[in-house]
Design a binder for this molecule. Structure first.
Ligand code: SDX
Length: 428
C-alpha cells in the first residue's frame, strides 16, 4: 500500500505522507501543504473530508455502524458497565479495577457540593430561560468559584479539574430544571450512585420521600452511556478548538454545551419530540411530514434522521429503540408518540428520497421518548444529552492538551472585493 500522496499543481508535483489509522482509515498529512506550495490551502466547509486530529478515544465506522470507546464495543459497554465506569474508560483509557473505580467514585462525590453563591446566578435567570442556556452560563461560571482549575500542568491538577466538573455539572443541570419549575434546588446525595443522584436532584420534593425506581435508573444509565463520546462531532470539536487556546476546562465545556444546543446537533432530541407531537396533533398521519422533509422549498427536516458519519444505521438508535420497548413493557407504559415514531421510521426507510441519501434514525430519534417516559420535560432533553456527553468532552479536551496540540486557527479562501479607494459620503 502506498505511503505517499502526490498532488500536481501547475505541472509541479508535491508528495505528502499517507497515514493509516488502527482500522486502516487513510489520511493525507497536509501539515506542510502551504509551506511547500507557497500558500496553497485545502477548502472543506463543515470539515466533511478533513481530520482535525489523531485520537485514541473513540472509533466510528459509518458504513458498518460501529461505535467503540477505547476498543470496547458500545453494545457491550451499555450492557456490562455503568455510566461512571465508562466515563473512567473514556477519560483515562482503561476500564477501572474495583479499587480504581471506588477511588474515582469517592473523589467525584467529594466535589459534589456546589458553592452556595452559584444559586444567586441560577435565581437571576428568568423562570422560562432555556435550561441549555443556563447550563452553559453556569458551567463557565464554575471557573470563578474554582479558579485553580484553569491550570492543568500536572496530572493531579488535571485530575482535580476533571472530578470537579463530573461532580458539579449534573448539579447545575438539575438546578436549571428546578429553576424552570420554581422548585427548591436539591443538593447531591453522596449515598447514591451517579445516575440515581441525578434522578433525585431532578425530582425529589422536600415534602415527601423520593422513591427511586431501579428500572428508570437502569434505563437512564444505559441511555447516557450511549451519549458519552462520539469522536469529532460539532460540540466536541468546539470543546477541542476553544481549549486549544488554553482556556480552562470548564469554559471549554461551556462552549460545547452551546454548540450541542443547536437543533441540527443535540437540540434534535427536543425537536424530534416537538415534531412527533405535531404529527399527533395533526391526526397522526406521517405522509404529510415526510413530503415536507423532501420538499427543497420547505426548510422542514425530519428531525432525528440522518447523520454526517453513519451511512447505514446509527448503532445507538437501534439500542435505544430496544430500550424503549423494554422500558415501556417494564413500566406498563403506553405513549402514542412511540407508535408514531415507529410508523414514521417504517415509511421513511421505504422512501427513495431517504434511501438514496442514506437517512435513517440517529441517536436523537428515540431518546426523547425514553426521557419523557422517565418524567424529563422536553426542554431538558438536550441537557440530558449534555450530561451524557460530558465525559467525552473531558476526554477529548484532556487528549488535546496532553498532546500539546497547536491553537486551532483554520485558514480561508477570500472571495470578497479587491483593493479599492475609500469613498467620501459625497461619492457614495
Ligand atoms: C447528532 O456528528 C455527530 O456525531 C453528532 C451526534 C453525536 O453523537 O454527537 O451523533 C449527535 O447531532 C445527531 C444528528 C441530530 N440532528 C438531526 O437529527 C437533525 C436532522 N438531521 C440533519 O439536519 C442532517 O442529517 C445532519 C445535520 C445530521 C447531517 O447533515 P449533513 O451530513 O451535513 O448532511 P446534509 O445536510 O448535507 O444532507 C445531505 C442530503 C441533503 O439533501 P440534498 O441537498 O443532497 O438533496 O440529505 C438531506 C439534505 O437536505 N437531509 C435531510 C435530512 N438530513 C439530511 N432531508 C430531510 N430530513 C433530514 N433530517
Amino acid at each position: 500500500m502506498s505511503d505517499k500522496a502526490i498532488l500536481e499543481i501547475d505541472g509541479k508535483k508535491y508528495e505528502f505522507p499517507i497515514i493509516r489509522g488502527t482500522e486502516n482509515e487513510v489520511a493525507i498529512d497536509v501539515k506542510a501543504l502551504r509551506t511547500v506550495t507557497g500558500g496553497v490551502i485545502t477548502l472543506d466547509p463543515g470539515f466533511k473530508n478533513t481530520g482535525s486530529c489523531s485520537s485514541t478515544i473513540t472509533f466510528l465506522d459509518g458504513e458498518k455502524g460501529i461505535l467503540r470507546h477505547r476498543g470496547y464495543a458500545i453494545e457491550e459497554l451499555t450492557k456490562k458497565a455503568s455510566f461512571l465506569e465508562v466515563a473512567y474508560l473514556i477519560i483515562f483509557g482503561e476500564l477501572p479495577t474495583k479499587e480504581e473505580f471506588a477511588k474515582f467514585d469517592n473523589d467525584v462525590k467529594k466535589e459534589s457540593l456546589v458553592n452556595e453563591e452559584m444559586k444567586e446566578i441560577v435565581n437571576g435567570f428568568p423562570k422560562n430561560a432555556h435550561p441549555m442556556g443556563m447550563v452553559s452560563a453556569l458551567t463557565s461560571a464554575l471557573t470563578a468559584f474554582n479558579p485553580k482549575s484553569v491550570y492543568v500542568g500536572t496530572e493531579d491538577e488535571m485530575y482535580k479539574a476533571i472530578v470537579i466538573l463530573l461532580a458539579k455539572f449534573p448539579v447545575l443541570a438539575a438546578w436549571s430544571h428546578r429553576r424552570n419549575k420554581g422548585l427548591p434546588l436539591n443538593y447531591a446525595d453522596n449515598s447514591l450512585d451517579y445516575i440515581s443522584n441525578i434522578m433525585q436532584m431532578l425530582f425529589k420534593l422536600p415534602t415527601e420521600e423520593y422513591k427511586m425506581n431501579p428500572i428508570a435508573v437502569k434505563a437512564m444509565d444505559e441511555l447516557l452511556i450511549l451519549h458519552e463520546d462520539h469522536e469529532q462531532n460539532c460540540s466536541t470539536s468546539t470543546v477541542r478548538i476553544s481549549g486549544s487556546s488554553h482556556v480552562g476546562l470548564f469554559a471549554s465545556v461551556a462552549t460545547g454545551v452551546s454548540a450541542l444546543w443547536g437543533e441540527l446537533h443535540g437540540g434534535a432530541n427536543q425537536a424530534v419530540l416537538e415534531m412527533l407531537e405535531a404529527i399527533k396533533e395533526d391526526g397522526g398521519g406521517v405522509e404529510k411530514f415526510i413530503a415536507r422533509a423532501k420538499d427543497k422549498n420547505d426548510p422542514f427536516r425530519l428531525m432525528g434522521f440522518g447523520h454526517r458519519v453513519y451511512k447505514n444505521f446509527d448503532p445507538r438508535a437501534r439500542i435505544i429503540k430496544e430500550a424503549c420497548d423494554e422500558l415501556f413493557e417494564d413500566l406498563d407504559l403506553n405513549d402514542p408518540v412511540l407508535e408514531i415514531a415507529k410508523h414514521l421510521e417504517q415509511v421513511a426507510l421505504k422512501d427513495e428520497y431517504f434511501i438514496k441519501r442514506k437517512l435513517f434514525p440517529n441517536v436523537d430519534f428515540y431518546s426523547g421518548i425514553i426521557y419523557r417516559a422517565l418524567g424529563i420535560p422536553v426542554e431538558m432533553f438536550t441537557v440530558m444529552f449534555a450530561i451524557g456527553r460530558l465525559p467525552g468532552w473531558i476526554a477529548q479536551w484532556k487528549e488535546m492538551r496532553e498532546n500539546h496540540e497547536p491553537i486551532g486557527r483554520p485558514r480561508q479562501l477570500y472571495v470578497g472585493e479587491p483593493l479599492r479607494a475609500f469613498k467620501e459620503y459625497s461619492e457614495r
